[in-house]
Design a protein around this ligand. Structure first.
Ligand code: ADP
Length: 301
């Protein structure tokens, strides 16, 4: 470094002698880019707030893509730093990440899904992540730049809930996201936070693939009557209001909850349920989005 460092180490003549911390950051970014270079599509799943089913949607979308697209080609990055639940939902609790000669291997889950989660780093369930502020992001960046994903068709990133610093920092770490899927529930309270999630994506320049309305009505297993517990249709309305696509509605199904607790992915266990049909319709819309997006980029070249 010659005192006027612009952070562009690749064009710097003094890169070999440089000891500036910026160089370390740049090297890490290059490692991260290289490690994810063989991933065709990266999709982030976000929610304006917690508890709306973001991880449930991530896991079941990833499973749907793995089942329809072939095993070993789908990955999940569970970046929900303080409440990682993906390993539990996929029956991978207690597994640990293994080092390999070029980095760290993801854990392989059902249908060959490659999973990386903060949960694999914690010694036990009661242990919280104690990294704070900038240190936390530095640790995450370092960790991510070591993951050897290999070739993947799809990587789903389960972001921390909300639209604050944490999801923002994780989004900024991963270059070239194809888009975000926003998960909400139908209540009006949740619709207000969806607006924030759309603004969040737009500010980052990442396309909104669309909105998923989860917990959209409940069909009584006894009498077949449909009960709209959290109202219904709010997701579609807010999508229209904000001019973003609506991807579909997933009903409340008690099996979704019990399968998550058992660690058996719902759509694999219940291929004919209305919720699975809703997930497969959403998958088709995501595929359409990706095709159009690729076409648009091709035309823009
Ligand atoms: P988030 O990631 O937004 O915090 P989760 O995906 O962890 O939310 O879901 C919270 C809880 O709700 C979990 O116990 C999950 O099994 C349950 N759940 C999510 N979606 C549904 C649904 N459509 N029907 C029934 N239970 C659901």
């Amino acid at each position: 470094m010659n005192g006027e460092c612009d952070g562009k180490c690749n064009s710097c003549s003094q890169v070999n002698e440089c000891t500036d911390p910026q160089k370390e950051k740049w090297e890490q970014e290059q490692r991260l880019k290289q490690k994810i270079s063989k991933i065709k599509h990266k999709i982030a799943v976000i929610s304006g707030k917690g508890g709306v089913g973001k991880s449930t949607v991530t896991v079941n979308l990833a499973m749907a893509f793995a089942i329809y697209k072939g095993a070993n080609k789908v990955g999940i990055l569970d970046a929900d730093i303080h409440g990682p639940t993906v390993p539990k939902m996929l029956g991978l609790k207690g597994q640990k990440l293994q080092a390999n000669p070029t980095g760290i291997s993801p854990v392989t889950g059902p249908s060959g899904i490659k999973v990386v989660s903060m949960d694999f780093l914690l010694p036990n369930d009661a242990a919280p992540v104690i990294w704070r502020g900038p240190l936390k992001m530095k640790a995450i960046q370092q960790f991510l730049s070591d993951i050897t994903w290999g070739e993947l068709d799809f990587l789903f990133v389960d972001l921390p809930p909300g639209t604050g610093d944490e999801p923002l920092s994780v989004m900024q770490l991963i270059p070239d996201m194809d888009g975000v899927v926003i998960v909400t529930i139908p209540s009006e309270v949740s619709q207000n936070v969806v607006k924030k999630a759309v603004t969040f994506a737009r500010r980052l320049g990442v396309p909104v693939i669309g909105i998923v309305e989860n917990m959209s009505g409940f069909i009584c297993p006894e009498c077949g009557a449909k009960v709209d517990i959290f109202k219904v249709g709010g997701g579609q309305k807010i999508a229209q209001d904000l001019s973003v696509p609506f991807l579909g509605s997933i009903p409340i199904d008690p099996e979704i909850c019990s399968d998550s607790d058992k660690g058996t992915p719902f759509i694999a266990e219940h291929p004919n349920s209305p919720a699975t049909k809703a997930f497969t319709e959403i998958v088709k819309k995501i595929e359409n989005f990706l095709q159009h997006h690729a076409l648009k980029e091709e035309v823009a070249k």
